[in-house]
Design a protein around this ligand. Structure first.
Ligand code: GLN
Length: 454
């Protein structure tokens, strides 16, 4: 049931913010030379990759989709960039994204929206719409995304690609322009589950440069994908999340989800329903925790250290320069979240908002713990709808936030998740995605089940 991709539709997507043709060709030639010399090669040596513009790449512009970072060229590589270079993958360039990874449609990019390769009048999902569109349309074999509330998995569902949010802390965030530090995670965007497993193994592992990096390495991912590909899920217990069903889920999505569940049963999986009652509060908690964290992260864009500087006429003070630069450099969604976050963190409101949200977060972690005593993996559709028309929800932040219903709980709890294509809907002809979630550090389970269903 893997979705068929649309290579012919790769022109004019606006999926890349920067293409490094020269650099990629030089890296490809170096890879050819290594192969010709019989040097030991990483499995992905020579496979071209695209990197979401949220990750620092030495010498290549890195904007996080924002005008405030226009023209910034990092003097260093993020850890994941360094690992990719060391393994010999040519880096094609940097992919378009919602500004500072805030969005579900890629319409919040300061550099224009990305088109969905399946239908150029539709959104590709967000915030990693560029990476997903590039992989779906065969512009890149692999891509890196970042997932704070679903930005790898939801674009995966919208474009028929595989997207993985690894266990929190298992892939280094050194060199990632932070959205919300307690939620952010880099991960693979690919066309197959095995590709994701290979890329995940390459980019994962402990990093002393990231204070949230976990000591234990997540291993056995490619082996799990190969085991899963044999199509035997006997003894695997799969829990359908009760709270991620109902009216919010559109007919095209439900159609393919139900079909996938039957396929899982046919492969021998034991499928039951599991309740995680706190999930109904996940979105409210996320949209307090995320703005709170990002409002403090974005304070560093002060027009003094790097990026855009707008100097008003006359004899402006430092504050005048900051105000003018932030006014010109940040888009509406970014400003909205700074305002919400600053408000939620103000003294007197902290307990009522941020404190409450953290309590919900604890309940969600407890719900996951209980659920994983009953089942090996949880399952739900990745997103409530298929890709909608460009512009349709552009002025409706809440409609965009609702896209994250199924993906957010994993970020709040730190557990890993995968979205794989669940087929093209017979209702609207668009791709759909199915999501699996596993306990912390048990990422391998996602690859076994995902590869079996693929
Ligand atoms: N749609 C979510 C948001 O806007 C997801 C963000 C993300 O994962 N980067 O916050």
């Amino acid at each position: 049931i893997a979705a068929t991709n649309r290579p012919e539709n790769g022109v004019g997507l606006n999926s890349f913010l920067h293409v490094d043709a020269e650099g990629a060709l030089a890296q490809a030639a170096a890879s050819d030379a290594r192969r010709a010399a019989g040097a030991p090669l990483h499995e992905l040596d020579g496979v071209p990759i695209a990197i979401k513009d949220v990750l620092a790449t030495e010498g290549l512009p890195t904007t996080a989709g924002s005008k405030i970072l226009e023209g910034w060229i990092p003097p260093y590589d993020g850890t994941v960039t360094a690992k990719i270079k060391a393994a010999g993958l040519p880096i094609l360039g940097k992919t378009n994204m919602d500004e500072f990874a805030m969005g579900s449609a890629n319409e919040n990019s300061a550099y224009g929206p990305v088109k969905n390769p399946w239908d150029h009048t539709r959104i590709p999902g967000g915030s990693g719409g560029g990476s997903a569109a590039a992989v779906s349309s065969f512009q890149a074999a692999l891509a890196i995304g970042s997932d704070t509330g679903g930005s790898i998995r939801q674009p995966g569902a919208m474009t028929g690609t595989v997207g993985v949010k690894p266990t929190y802390g298992s892939v280094s965030r050194y060199g990632v322009i932070a959205l919300a530090n307690s939620l952010d995670q880099l991960g693979p965007v690919t066309r197959t589950v095995l590709d994701s497993a290979l890329l995940h193994e390459l980019i994962g592992g402990h990093d002393p440069m990231d204070s949230t990096s976990v000591a234990t390495a997540v291993t056995g991912l490619a082996d799990a994908a190969r085991q899963g590909a044999a199509g035997d899920l006997a003894g695997v217990r799969v829990g359908i999340v009760k709270e991620l069903q109902g009216d919010a889920w559109s007919a095209p999505v439900v159609e393919r989800f139900e079909e996938s569940i039957e396929i899982l049963k046919g492969l021998g999986a034991e499928v039951v329903e599991v309740s995680l009652p706190s999930f109904v509060h996940a979105m409210a908690a996320y949209y307090l925790i995320l703005p709170a964290e990002c409002s403090s992260n974005l304070a560093k864009f002060d027009a003094m250290r790097y990026g855009l500087r707008v100097t008003p006429d006359g004899d402006p003070s430092a504050e005048d320069v900051m105000r003018a630069s932030r006014d010109a450099g940040f888009g509406n969604e970014v400003k909205r979240r700074i305002l919400i976050g600053t408000y939620a963190l103000s003294s007197g409101y902290y307990d009522a908002y941020y404190g409450q949200a953290q309590k919900i977060r604890t309940l969600i972690i407890e719900d996951f713990t209980k659920a994983f005593e009953q089942v090996d993996v949880l399952v739900s559709p990745t997103a409530p709808t298929t890709a909608w028309a460009l512009g349709e929800k552009a002025d409706d932040p809440l409609a965009n936030y609702l896209q994250d219903l199924a993906t957010i709980p994993a970020n709040l709890a730190g557990v890993p998740g995968i979205s794989i294509p669940s087929g093209v809907s017979s209702v609207d002809g668009l791709p759909t995605g199915i999501q699996f979630l596993a306990p912390v550090l048990e990422d391998a389970r996602l690859y076994r089940v995902g590869a079996a269903l693929e």
